[in-house]
Every structure is written in structure tokens, then in C-alpha cells.
Design a protein around this ligand. Structure first.
Ligand code: GAF
Length: 366
């Protein structure tokens, strides 16, 4: 055992490819420059103690039972997943802190799960592969917490690299590091719409169920297997109008991810921006996962000269990204504040970000 093993892992900003991951499709996240940090140190016997520095709360557990959605479930769930996978991790003290905004659609949960997996890997000398780490983190969410999310967030948190976006093929889990460094005259703005996004309330699960039902109706393993060229025929074979809209989003969104890769390869920022905006329209009209605060932020961004803008993450609130000329940032922020005030929405927060680094392990002492 290594005493005081630390795992540090970031949140993520998904550039494009929303609700494609559980359809075996493509996603293109970057790591956020905000992280969760988990420290593992020897516990008392078999007890598991989890402390949140921010909440000032500690829980002590002698058994781990799935189904727990309290703050500590994201940490305990990883330990549970590792034990389920046959790894010998006994009693341990885990202390966590995070500056990834909660409910912002920026994967605060995955950051915590991945930081825990990294800390436990080092603490218990498990020497897990990158995919085993990601699996443990995802199993915590799916198996312990019971939230049916796809494979994107944990792999983004662990595998993203500085100044790169991560193209993840969610069927094969193969990756390509795509250079993503903005020219000096562009910024990637993040708008906190002050509308918390929640994955555990059933909307996310219902979207996933509709996609799976549509894939079954079309006789394909997953919606990834429907191409844009086949889309009209596929839609004509579906009788449920809701499934029609969901399928149209997923199929066109997968194509937009691949088009975005080409645009980035050509450093064609206007084309890249247009794909972001098209993704937002598809999430708003076909996937129906946007809310008035996020739609307004996108409208104001575009009216302020953004090359493109969209909501990022699971939806129903959270964060909007805007690719903006750097000299428009101030005017955009002012226009957004005015528009939110006029509609009676809570004042939004605007920051900028860049593609940061993925998760790491750190030994404080041996
Ligand atoms: C959430 C989920 F956790 C991801 O798996 C993904 O489905 C995303 O929503 C939507 O793209 O972040």
C-alpha cells in the first residue's frame, strides 16, 4: 500500500457529439481546467471512511451497498466496482475536494469517480490499465448509483490531453487525440446558465430508452449503424414521432462530429462553429433537452458574433459553450447579463477555458 496516494481528474467540456455515446457513436470532449482531487490513506481495519472537505462531512461505511446516490456514492461506488472486478482493496480513508461546478453539465461526477479510481489504483498498487480505470469509474455510476450514462465522461476525464480534443469511438472505445488549440483571436467561452442539470431524474434514461427502442425497431444493434444517407428511409419506417426526432438527432449528430474533425483539421473555425450551432438546434428541436436559459445564451452568443454556440453535456440546463472572437467576449457578457435580467433569469456566469490535461496519480510519500 502507498500511503497518501492522490488521484486528480478533471471535468470535461464536450465540444460536440451529445447523447451519441450510448448509441455507440462518436464524441469530441476536451478536459476542463477544473479538477476533483481524492486522497487515499490507510483506514481503520476494513472500514471505509469518506470525507468531503467542501461539505465538511464524513461517512464511515462497513459495507458497500449499490443504490446510494448521496455525495459519497460517487466515491464508494468506485471502490465497490473495483471489488466487484476482483481487486483486493480493503479499508481505506478517502478525502475529496473538487472545483468542478456541480450540476453544470461539466462532469463533476466523472471527475470525482476518476480521481477516486486513480487514487485507489496507486494506493492499492493495482496497476490498472487506462480502460480498467475508466470501467471502474463508469461502473460506479451505472452499477452503484444506478444512473444509465454512457462511456464518454470517464474516458474524457482520464484520457484527454492538453491542447487536444479526444475523439472517442464509443463502440470500439478507440481514441484519436485531435489538436485543439484556438488561435489568439478566438476564445471558448463557458456560460453557467444557473440552471442545474440533473441526470438522475429520469429524462436522461427516457432518451436512452427511446434510442434503444428505435434501434430495435430498425433492426440495428445501435443508432450508430444508421448513416445520414439511410436516415430518410429509416425515419419512414418508424411509427412513433418521438422516436423519429430522437433518431434524427443521433444520426445527424454523429455525422457532425466527424465533420467537426475535418473542420478542425482544416483550421476552418467558421465551419466548426456552424456545426456547434447545428448541434444545438438538433438538441433543442429533435432531442428536446434544452431549456429557455440555455437557448437564450446560444441566441445571445450568436447575436454577439459567436462563430458557433451550443449547450454541452446531458442537458436540461448546465453550461453553454460559445466560440467567440476574443474582442467580442466583453460585449457578449454584457448582452447576456442584460438578456437574462430582462427575462427574470438568475445572472449567468461567463468564463473561458482551453483544452486541459486528463487525470493523473500522485504519490505524496511512500
Ligand atoms: C452525460 C452522460 F454521462 C454521458 O454519458 C453522455 O451521454 C452525455 O450526458 C450526453 O452526451 O454527461
Amino acid at each position: 500500500m502507498t500511503s497518501d496516494a492522490v488521484g486528480i481528474s478533471p471535468g470535461r467540456v464536450n465540444l460536440i457529439g451529445e447523447h451519441t455515446d450510448y448509441n455507440d457513436g462518436f464524441v469530441l470532449p476536451i478536459a476542463l481546467d477544473k479538477v476533483a482531487r481524492v486522497t487515499a490513506s490507510p483506514g481503520e481495519g476494513d472500514l471505509v471512511t469518506i470525507t468531503s472537505e467542501q461539505l465538511g462531512e464524513t461517512v464511515t461505511l462497513d459495507t458497500l451497498e449499490p443504490g446510494e446516490r448521496a455525495w459519497w456514492g460517487y466515491v464508494a461506488g468506485v471502490l465497490w466496482a473495483l471489488r466487484q472486478a476482483g481487486h483486493d482493496v480493503g479499508g481505506v480513508e478517502l478525502t475529496l475536494t473538487s472545483d468542478v461546478p456541480l450540476g453544470g453539465g461539466l462532469s463533476s461526477s466523472a471527475a470525482l469517480e476518476c480521481a477516486t479510481a486513480l487514487a485507489l489504483d496507486l494506493y492499492a498498487e493495482l496497476d490498472l490499465t487506462p480502460e480498467e480505470l475508466a470501467q471502474a469509474a463508469q461502473t460506479a455510476e451505472n452499477g452503484f448509483l444506478g444512473i444509465p450514462t454512457g462511456p464518454m465522461d470517464q474516458r474524457a476525464s482520464l484520457w484527454c490531453e492538453t491542447d487536444h480534443a479526444l475523439l472517442l469511438d464509443c463502440r470500439t472505445l478507440t481514441t484519436t487525440q485531435v489538436p485543439f488549440a484556438l488561435p489568439d483571436d478566438l476564445v471558448l467561452a463557458l456560460v453557467d446558465t444557473r440552471s442545474p442539470h440533473v441526470l438522475a431524474d429520469g429524462h436522461y434514461a427516457r432518451r436512452r430508452e427511446a434510442c434503444e427502442a428505435a434501434a430495435a425497431a430498425l433492426g440495428v444493434p445501435a443508432l450508430r449503424d444508421v448513416t445520414v444517407a439511410e436516415l430518410d428511409d429509416a425515419l419512414a419506417r418508424l411509427s412513433d414521432p418521438e422516436q423519429v426526432r430522437r433518431v434524427r438527432h443521433v444520426v445527424t449528430e454523429n455525422a457532425r462530429v466527424l465533420d467537426a474533425i475535418s473542420a478542425l483539421g482544416d483550421a476552418d473555425w467558421p465551419a466548426f462553429g456552424a456545426l456547434l450551432t447545428a448541434s444545438h438546434a438538433s438538441m433543442r428541436d429533435d432531442y428536446e433537452i434544452t431549456v429557455p436559459t440555455v437557448d437564450l445564451a446560444v441566441e445571445v452568443a450568436l447575436a454577439s458574433g459567436a462563430l458557433g454556440s451550443r449547450m454541452t453535456g446531458g442537458g436540461f440546463g448546465g453550461t453553454v459553450i460559445a466560440l467567440l472572437p476574443a474582442d467580442r467576449l466583453e460585449a457578449f457578457t454584457a448582452a447576456l447579463q442584460a438578456a437574462y435580467a430582462e427575462r427574470g433569469f438568475d445572472a449567468p456566469g461567463v468564463t473561458t477555458t482551453r483544452a486541459a490535461a486528463g487525470g493523473i496519480e500522485l504519490s505524496l510519500r511512500d
